[in-house]
Design a protein around this ligand. Structure first.
Ligand code: HH2
Length: 263
């Protein structure tokens, strides 16, 4: 999954793809490099970010989605949003997956996904982006995240979403310390055991910086190392900024280990 942030303030690529032409060029490049899906977002959820109203998010993503919809051979699109109103606009423009970092907190989200019959990524987050990194605490982070995802999966199925449409995500960096993130990746099999594909987003995140001592623009190697570790533990999808490098790393990793499908 290649990341396409149509935001002025995302933590690593904010402002880079604000105009639709630049966004389409980047989406095309990621698809050519092997991204199976492009994740378009109009709200930064980085630590400390203030929420963006749905109409602002729509104004940011709609031109990008419209341009991608007219693109022959473009990768399928997912919409990274917590707002059902934004998801609806994106699904009307052809998006095939809703990536909801709040796991369906908007009461209209799960019914919308059910009605449209599209994919749904349910992610764990403790708290809200504005304050989630202030003092995150867990008793057993792996057990708590796993049972949250199981409960949200049940809620989604209860709302009519097909179980086969659901992808689960531990929410690396969303209300978690470095130790919490490491524990979740080390214990990823517990989430994999819930029986749905697991998506992991480690790309350029703060915990990679903490582990490597690198600034945000210099975290590629650490991100790939963490991503491969996640695949080794059963992750099915990596959400990344650097598609060509990740695809190459996966090709080599899978050839040797037989784990993953190599892209
Ligand atoms: N991480 C970010 C955003 N959306 N969605 C899922 N499913 N999993 C993640 O780990 C995840 C996500 C944060 O990364 P990014 O989009 O690069 O930054 P920002 O939130 O600042 O736009």
């Amino acid at each position: 999954m290649g990341i396409l942030n149509a935001t002025p303030d995302s933590f690593s690529d904010g402002g880079a793809h604000l105009d639709a032409a630049a966004a389409v060029a980047h989406a095309r490049a990621m698809a050519r490099a092997g991204a199976a899906i492009v994740d378009v977002g109009g709200e930064s959820t980085r630590p400390g970010a203030v929420p963006v109203p749905a109409h602002v998010e729509i104004a940011r993503v709609a031109p990008v989605l419209a341009a991608l919809a007219g693109e022959p051979g473009a990768a399928p699109v997912s919409i990274d949003t917590r707002h059902a109103a934004v998801a609806r606009v994106a699904l009307d423009a052809g998006a095939v997956l809703v990536n909801d970092v709040s796991a369906g907190a908007d009461p209209d989200m799960l019914p919308l996904v059910a009605e449209r019959g599209v994919g749904l990524c349910l992610m764990h987050m403790q708290g809200e982006p504005a304050t989630m990194q202030d003092d995150p605490r867990y008793g057993d982070v792996v057990a708590e995240v796993t049972s949250f995802l199981e409960a949200r999966m049940e809620a989604a199925v209860g709302a009519g979403v097909a179980e086969e449409a659901i992808v689960l995500d531990p929410g690396i960096g969303f209300g978690k310390t470095v130790d919490h993130n490491v524990a979740l990746l080390a214990g990823l099999q517990r989430i994999v055991a819930l029986g749905r594909p697991v998506l992991v987003g480690v790309s350029r995140k703060g915990f990679i910086g903490a582990l490597t001592g690198r600034d945000v623009d210099d975290r590629l190697a650490g991100s790939i190392g963490a991503g491969l570790a996640a695949v080794e533990r059963g992750a099915a999808v990596l959400r990344v900024h650097d598609v060509p490098e990740t695809v190459d790393a996966l090709a080599a990793f899978t050839a040797i280990t037989g784990v993953g499908d190599g892209r």
